[in-house]
Design a protein around this ligand. Structure first.
Ligand code: GRF
Length: 189
């Protein structure tokens, strides 16, 4: 049977990308990294796993549609059927959403709908809430607004710093994302 082919979109460090790659039993193959930042650390991580990277810088395209169309062409060439956002710091537009309806998911470090957008860990910490967490959700045209697939709570302890909280949240992200991916792609088999 032919394997399910997936792409990861990332802009930064790539710890989630690495965790996905380290999961031996994902149920799909990561065939492409899409990255909008030519200097991002995640690109080296992809090379270490022999995953090709498509670097596309939005400023080099006339419009968001042109930018996403070029990504779409590459996804289609690679016969990608699932897209996993892992620290991709852009909104997904209509071009990709229409072609990958119900097939783009994202991981976010808060209990959505609380604390969407950037620096969700810092936002929760500053707000003084007792718990925050991790959410995996389908991507729609909004900012971290799509239907929620899975969540896991993380308690904020009295002596937590932003760094200690981030460490615990990331450890959960690294487990949860692979677990959710495995369940979702299984339905395509
Ligand atoms: C993660 O916290 C993820 O939830 C958020 O961006 C961060 C990316 O981290 N969307 P990394 O690049 O995977 O280390």
């Amino acid at each position: 049977m032919r394997s399910i082919r997936a792409a990861v979109f990332a802009s930064g460090t790539g710890s989630n990308f690495e965790a996905i790659m380290r999961e031996g039993n994902l149920g799909c193959d990561i065939k492409l990294l899409v990255c909008d930042q030519p200097e991002a650390q995640v690109i080296e991580k992809a090379a270490a796993f022999s995953v090709p990277t498509y670097v596309a810088e939005p400023k080099k395209f006339a419009s968001k549609e042109a930018y996403e169309s070029s990504i779409l062409r590459r996804l289609q060439e690679e016969e990608i059927t699932w897209v996993f956002l892992a620290g991709y710091m852009r909104m997904i537009g209509k071009t990709l959403l229409d072609s990958y309806e119900g097939k783009i998911i994202n991981i976010h470090p808060s209990l959505l709908p609380a604390f969407p957008g950037i620096d969700a860990i810092g936002q929760a910490y500053q707000a003084g809430v007792k718990k925050t967490g991790v959410t995996v959700h389908y991507v729609d045209e909004g900012m971290d607004t799509g239907p929620i697939i899975a969540q896991e709570e993380v308690e904020i302890l009295p002596n937590d710093t932003i760094d200690s909280l981030k460490t615990r949240i990331q450890a959960i992200e690294h487990r949860l994302y692979s677990r959710v991916i495995k369940k979702l792609v299984k339905r395509d088999e």
